[in-house]
Design a protein around this ligand. Sequence first.
Ligand code: MN
Ligand code: MN
Length: 466
Amino acid sequence: MDEKEIKELKEKLFFKSKNVYDNLSESELAEMEEYSKGYIRFIDACRIEREAVAYSIADAEKKGYVEYNFGDKIEKGGKYYLNNRGKSVAFFRVGKKPITEGVRIAAAHIDSPRLDLKQHPLYENTGIAYFKTHYYGGIKKYQWTTVPLSLHGVLVKADGEVINVNIGDDDGDPVFYISDLLIHLARNQMGKTLAAGVEGEQLNIMLGSAPLPGADKDVGERVKLGVMKLLYDKYGVTEADFVTSELTMTPAMMAREVGFDRSMIAAYGHDDRVCAYPAYTALLDAESEDNTVMIVLADKEEIGSEGVTGMQCRVYMDIIDELAKAFRADPAKVRANSMCLSADVNAGFDPNWPDVHEKMNACFLNEGVVLTKFTGSGGKGGTSDASGEFVGKVAKIFNDGGVIWQTGELGKVDQGGGGTVAMYIANNNIDTVDLGVPVLSMHSPYELIAKADLYETYRAISAFIK
Ligand code: MN
Ligand code: MN
């Protein structure tokens, strides 16, 4: 072989990675920018699962989706959503094809790591009022000090009244705060491991420092009393109502474009709202109505997908059973012919921390949506490990649709790892594979993604449900 033939042979036989920017036209790049703007609006408005449910349902209703409750009639061409306790939601559209051909499913999660309030949260120490917290999901505790925080969730009163709370994200709102030790006195702290430098019981949130106006010093806890009075005046709640409430603190930093070229987005909670947004918008924007499609936005993924709003709950399979029943089909057959994308983020390669990745199998910013055959950790524990046949089927859909995609393993074999909801769907005899956006600084208060990968995730899910 001559030099030219050898070069051609190499070209033909070797794998080549792609950069999204090399593959998008001017108009597609403009579309990507527009899409990113919509995503930024979504992520700024949705800090917790409840807010993401309300936001996505409002979008769906504009596109003709109607609320479904078990027992309601399901019709061909119908567009429905099941609002599961305001904390998870399933959108489904009945396609033209027979239901026995299965349902195309994409499942993402809308909960993110954060600091939940304990049930007895409020106290005063040295003239400062605090909330005690129990963190939700996997976090590096030290990252959550000295960042602005906002309060979200619901106050649930003894008489059953439920009040939505959202303080700290709007201009003019106050924020909340966790202090860290000044470096000058941190000799002991700096000698500790990162895991021990800030402890869970130190993630106490500063709420106020002014005594209740008019209260004498001998009243005691007059700052706590001042805070409690503000809450009583605004919401009518007493301290006892915290026990039945569900409140959390999230970073109060809004999403921003990152870099001179604005090619990236930093935000709180990309994991996994950066997949949830493409999943439900792909359905709402879909032109083809052939397939029956279900988009699940689930809660509780960060703590194991348990409970009535997590992906392990039967409710999502109950919907498939109802779809089958509506057309006198066997639910087992419908499930067997269904396919699912478990849409969740992956660990993007970070050149600052190259040692934890195995570069040949890592995913990279701007190389497109990540198709991941298996997640889990060391020895493939905790994954459904999609079959090669199914990965091939999905890859063909993407290739035919011109989607720029890559593969990616979550870190080196013995370095750690992480699971997704994939196995909980696959356990129902539904072929499932992981797919999502590479993220840097995952689970930190301010995570990073590339716009190009967000856009390709939208295109990938759009091609899959077509
Ligand atoms: Mn996730
Ligand atoms: Mn996560």
